[in-house]
Design a protein around this ligand. Structure first.
Ligand SMILES: Nc1nc2c(ncn2[C@@H]2O[C@H](COP(=O)(O)OP(=O)(O)OP(=O)(O)O)[C@@H](O)[C@H]2O)c(=O)[nH]1
Ligand SMILES: [Mg+2]
Length: 440
């Protein structure tokens, strides 16, 4: 799906990851790469411009989040903006308080309406509902047969609109609604006719169906392979009959992504599902955030970013992580860390991911043992700044002084220093640095 776009945006991500700092120059280069990637994917020009402007403003305006390096910051912004372009938070199909919930599918010829009716019926039945399929593509008898066949294969009831009813569409529609309501069918999924182009006659017909059936969801079915054409016709349907949702089909093909990335801003309607094959089970719930990750080739990095973000927001952990990376961790930091652990701070969470041995075990214990935390604090408070920065200078005389000052026995001072040194050694180990590298 969107292989080319994904490949190109993935390159931007790689480029940014390779940069230590975000400068005007590499930011301009990243934006240029993104712009070209999106335009080549047939994304609407205006949508691309807006996207670029928002990223520029955010990337330069946002305070750098602790625990994330500037490049990751930009990746995070790009991901957010791409998610927004795809519609933001996922929205599910709505159901009516009083059944039936009518789903009316509209769209151009061959876009996949009939196929999608079957897919949605299967999805609804799978969710424990009792869907009813009906077709108001009345001019073409084969259209009825096509949906009837699909319904049979899915073992979903099909409502047959007879040719006699076709003569009086208004009445037929009222009958259909009553039929579904009386028998407790929900949702009532209604297929409609397609045309090669949006024309007045079709819109007239669809408006009549809409007025009689009062759909809770008027779903535009668009062929993603047709790119901006799908977007333009979606706009026409939105203006003339009003839409509530979009389903994009044929995303299993080599659609470039332009439709998916432009249709939400063009219509203001969310994409709720995507079709990824001809078979009834080839329907996926559309999740903008996940799709954005997929397009950017981001998997795990996002959860790492999220983690770093949580930690940074919780306290000074971002700063701490930076110090750990630079191996500047001092006893002062140790003390801060111990305090944070008392509040179940972020680094203790990090420690929770490490084997519970040696100093890490001590970390975990320090979190639990309040009195020990207080004793550690007292000892560290009795040290001079130079001692805290570099405990190597702590000879016997200094240790004895600290013990006196804190009112703790010398062996406790020794224990603290030993644990701190072990911790620092462990922090310098390659596996710990690798772990932190993820947060770089
Ligand atoms: N690969 C692929 N093919 C699809 C998908 N959805 C529909 N199709 C195919 O697209 C063709 C048209 O699908 P239909 O469901 O008949 O389209 P329609 O909108 O009902 O067409 P009309 O009723 O003629 O307007 C069929 O060959 C479907 O199998 C999809 O998600 N992926
Ligand atoms: Mg059809």
């Amino acid at each position: 799906m969107f292989e080319q776009l994904s490949g190109r945006l993935g390159k931007v991500v790689k480029f940014l990851r390779g940069e230590v700092a975000v400068t005007e120059k590499n930011m301009a280069e990243a934006l240029r790469m993104m712009r070209l990637a999106l335009l080549e994917a047939d994304v609407n020009y205006k949508v691309v411009k807006d996207f670029e402007a928002r990223i520029r403003a955010k990337a330069l305006g946002e305070e750098v989040l602790r625990g994330l390096n500037p490049a990751q910051q930009v990746i995070k912004i790009v991901h957010e903006e791409l998610t927004g372009m795809l519609g933001g938070a996922h929205k599910s199909l709505q159901f009516a308080g009083r059944p039936p919930s009518v789903f009316m599918l509209v769209g151009l010829q061959g876009s996949g309406k009939t196929t999608t009716c079957g897919k949605l019926a299967r999805w609804a039945a799978g969710a424990g509902r009792h869907p009813l399929l009906a077709s108001f593509d009345l001019k073409r008898p084969a259209a009825q047969d096509q949906l009837a066949t699909i319904a049979r294969s899915l073992d979903v009831p099909f409502y047959e609109a007879t040719p006699a009813r076709a003569a009086e569409p208004g009445r037929a529609l009222e009958e259909l609604r009553a039929y579904a309501a009386n028998r407790g069918f929900d949702p009532l999924i209604v297929d409609t006719a397609g045309r090669l182009h949006v024309d007045d006659e079709l819109m007239e017909e669809l408006r009549a169906v809409r007025d009689a059936l009062r759909p809770i969801e008027t779903i535009y079915v668009g062929d993603a392979m047709t790119g901006q054409d799908a977007v333009r016709s979606a706009q026409a349907f939105e203006e003339r009959i009003g839409l509530t949702a979009v389903v994009l089909t044929k995303l299993d093909g080599d659609a470039r992504g332009g439709a998916a990335l432009s249709i939400v801003s063009a219509t203001g309607r969310p994409i709720k599902f995507i079709g990824v094959g001809e078979k009834p089970d080839r329907l996926e719930v559309f999740r903008p955030e996940r799709m954005a990750s997929r397009i950017l080739g981001l998997g795990d990095i996002l959860s790492l970013i999220e983690k770093a973000q949580d930690e940074a927001e919780a306290s000074e952990a971002g700063e701490m992580a930076r110090k750990l990376r630079k191996r500047e961790f001092t006893l002062d930091d140790f003390k801060k860390q111990i305090r944070q652990m008392k509040r179940m701070g972020p680094l203790s969470d990090l420690a929770g991911h490490l084997p519970q041995v040696g100093p890490f075990k001590a970390l975990a214990e320090a979190r639990i043992d309040e009195s020990r935390v207080a004793r550690f604090e007292a000892i560290i408070d009795s040290m001079t700044p130079a001692e805290r920065a570099d405990p190597k200078i702590l000879d016997g005389r200094r240790r004895a002084r600290i013990a006196r000052g804190s009112g703790r026995p010398v062996h406790e001072v020794n224990q603290l220093v030993r644990q701190f040194q072990e911790l620092r050694k462990m922090m310098k180990s390659s596996s710990f640095q690798k772990l932190l590298g993820g947060l770089k």
